[in-house]
Design a protein around this ligand. Structure first.
Ligand code: SF4
Length: 328
């Protein structure tokens, strides 16, 4: 599905969350309705026959002024049809059944909830101002309105530990959203978290730990047929705006590498040849050959025997007695 992201930075938010600086993340300026209309018209004309959604991100959509909600829906409305809908992102404490039902009749298809954690301890320490119960009930309301539900999680928030991550995973499995996004917490410039970090009150996850946690979450969600559509903040945040934390421009690739390593360790019958997907060559050879080095160390091999098979899909691997095409 194609998505047109339109950012309304912190519009409708009841307050500024401790880790949030949407202006850095989205680089969007003030809401310019004329420009939004132009973007929507262009996107819908260009992708006329594609399945697509016009997505309003970056704020608390359901708490926007009624006038602005109406205007944004009016702009999108001429394009709404069987293959075009609207997606919004919002907070779990601003979910109202009547409002969602009304917006659904005007093209709303998907609601993404910035829940971040299903642990009361983490929610309180991060000043989110809602409870696990509120978050769970918001998810149930969205699903009961027959809208697609997306859940955003942020491992590594203040108060986060192995138990709170487990709590979040368990809630997601019970609530069965259509998809999940995982954004390990990064300390951005001009946030309360920056002050907490500078005063020693907050310590972010290391990159390695964040990759490990995210990979574990993805493994569990995928086993339970819950899609993870994104992990890690996007790659074009300017370096000087990242104060600390597990930010990497290829975070998603590092996670895929971790998952592949675990898959190999669990299945590799020693001395066989690896049969890998063309799309995974960069995972083996990139990042200064980190994966190849780990495998060599694990199996005490001088080289890794490899066959690249165009028929194997990304992330999959098998093993054979055939002569390798290459040795890495
Ligand atoms: S509700 Fe979301 S967009 Fe608004 S300040 Fe908090 S994290 Fe940022």
């Amino acid at each position: 599905m194609k998505i047109l992201p339109i950012f309304l930075p912190q519009k409708g938010c009841p307050f500024k969350c401790v880790y949030c600086n949407q202006n850095l993340i989205t680089k969007a300026a003030e809401t310019d309705l004329q420009h939004i209309q132009f973007l929507i018209d262009q996107f819908c004309q260009f992708n006329y026959s594609e399945d697509k959604e016009i997505a309003f991100y970056g704020g608390t959509f359901t708490n926007l002024e009624e006038k602005l909600i109406k205007k944004l829906f009016q702009i999108a409305e001429p394009h709404i049809n069987a293959n075009t809908g609207i997606r919004i992102s919002t907070r779990p404490d601003f979910i109202f059944t009547g409002q969602l039902q009304k917006l659904k009749t005007r093209g709303l298809r998907t609601v993404e909830l910035g829940i971040q954690s299903f642990s009361d301890k983490v929610l309180a320490a991060s000043g989110r101002n809602y409870s696990k119960d509120t978050a769970q009930s918001a998810c149930r309301i969205i699903s009961s309105c027959n809208l697609a539900l997306g859940i955003q999680l942020m491992p590594g928030l203040p108060g986060s530990d192995a138990a709170s991550i487990k709590e979040s995973i368990t809630s997601v499995l019970v609530l069965k959203p259509e998809f999940v996004r995982i954004y390990p917490t990064v300390v951005l410039k001009n946030t309360a978290l920056e002050r907490w970090f500078n005063s020693g009150k907050y310590l972010p996850l290391s990159l390695e730990k964040a990759v490990e946690i995210t990979a574990e979450m993805i493994e569990i969600f995928q086993k339970n047929k819950i899609k993870v559509i994104k992990s890690g903040l996007h790659s074009d945040i300017e370096k000087q705006n990242i104060i600390a934390g597990p930010y990497h421009e290829s975070f998603g690739e590092l996670v895929r590498m971790n998952l592949l390593f675990k898959k190999i360790i669990a299945n590799y019958p020693k001395s066989k040849t690896f049969v890998i997907s063309e799309s995974d060559i960069s995972l083996f050879r990139g990042f200064k050959q980190k994966l190849i080095k780990r495998l060599k160390a694990e199996y005490q091999m001088e080289t890794i025997p490899v066959i690249v098979d165009p028929n194997i899909s990304k992330g999959n691997i098998s093993f054979t007695d055939q002569t390798p095409q290459q040795r890495w």
